[in-house]
Ligand binder design. Sequence first.
Ligand code: AMP
Length: 585
Amino acid sequence: MNVLVINCGSSSVKYQVVDVASGAAVAKGKAERIGDGRSHKDALSELLPEIKEHDIQAVGHRVVHGGDSFHDATQITDEVIKAIEACVPLAPLHNPANLAGIAAAREAFPSVPHVAVFDTAFHVRMPRRARTYAIDQELAEKHGIRRYGFHGPSHSYVAKLAADHLGQPLDELRLITCHLGNGASICAIENGKSVETSMGMTPLEGLVMGTRSGDIDPGVVLLLARELGVDGADKALNKQSGLAGLSGLGNDLRDILSAAAEGNDRARLAVSTFAHRVRKYIGAYAAALGGVDAVIMTGGIGENSAEMRRRILQRLGFLGLRIDEDKNGDARVSHDDAVQDVSSGTARVKTLVVATNEELMIAKQSARVVSGGKDVKSPRAIPIAVSARHLHLDRKTMDILFGEGSELSVYREISQPGQFAAEQKVNLIGPRGRIDGVRVLGPLRPGVQVEVSRTDEFRLGVDAPIRDSGKVKGSAPITLEGPKGTVHMEEGLICARRHIHMTPEDAEHFGVKDKDEVEIAITGGPRDLVFGDVLVRVKSSYKLEMHIDTDEANAAELSRGAVGDLVYTAAPGEAAAKLRKRRGS
Ligand code: AMP
């Protein structure tokens, strides 16, 4: 199958036609100087005659930011385009260029499937502790501020080649992949999954790059923003920092290495700062992985600069990393001869130089999606929403807690249509303890219902029954405290039963009906788990989504944006048995 791979940057369009079966690029080209009236569409039309000499069966687009929405390559529909647009605030330079490329290519190739392959997808399921910034979590949630990671196709591609070379299954290895190019990032891969990576919410965090600073005290950002304005600070950190800023000689490492060899002090500082940062990360990632089996060097610098590899690796002997100077100096990798082992005979940890091939990875992933392979955005996957403790109020209780005639105000919309998280918060008081600041969900309802987790119940000292939403009769007592008054409720506190909202069309698709109980399997994350006893709730106004509480999410170590699979069960427990069998336990 021939896949046209398109990589649209802010100023250029690059393409390759990849024959997926052989892995060969049968054509490639580039059009530059976009801007000043020249659009991505103009650039692509210039390239079209050469592209159209080949029979194109699918188009794979590199998309930089998929936010929380995309776990895998995904066939492009109008809905997918909207979701990519929603990620523009997170990647204001990259995503608009990617979208322009998608629009132009869909017009040029209207009858073949188009697939988006995301830089972020490989890292979506990083553990929470690795993806969270230590800032106010409400602020983080509101603006999607978390670590996403990039270069996913490259990290996953070289990890796979390394595992093949080592003759060990990827899911038994701990790898550190260093993608060192003009953009640079490093990734800790455990059992084939990304568990840490150095780029964060944007590709600015982490290593020293060609023109980007990488890690920096946020205080510096504030200072620069005050001194240069926000756009000035953005330019200083993204375009005038890194190797270019340190050396004053531009961003090409070859020039900087020659200047350093001639004694240029700024060039030397650039080289040693770059190497020091990578070495520091390798040590940190070895610690995060609890040990490491191989370190992989890739990208323009990682593949070609023996000198930089030596500088980075020279003091990591304590980890068992040792390179053979001759092998390191002689290593030459290419797409046809992609892996070279440069470790010395005594090394306990292998060092491999691997030629990355992001276009081939994008082509392969696109081909897999098009030919109906695994696609987690398929309609079988059910998005999972984690409900933090919350409560619903009725008119009478609202009056007592917040004052006669007071109204809920919208803090933010939530996923089910018409529902919102309100600005208003209430304190819960139980016989053993209290939980302050519990958010009210609007609009007002006919009755009061407080939904907490098992852990919360313990803190409050109450024993709440597991109930379907709306069934509060005979549930646990609780006292509510608002700014204007306090109400003691004899009942109303429940531990919500896990459930799935779906439309009648979804129900038909899954072959289930309202009030059915099903099992939902969570796989592919750090802790596979099957949830039994999940209630199906069908209504045309619902949006497909499974709701669980924070205890349940923690038990499965779910990331935001996680999905589950509805498992057809003849008998309860069958899904769990299947999962055990698949895992060979
Ligand atoms: P990439 O973004 O992966 O294409 O990598 C570009 C970077 O690789 C630039 O900084 C180049 O200077 C660097 N690079 C390519 N070849 C060499 C080489 N032989 N020695 C040192 N750096 C190199």
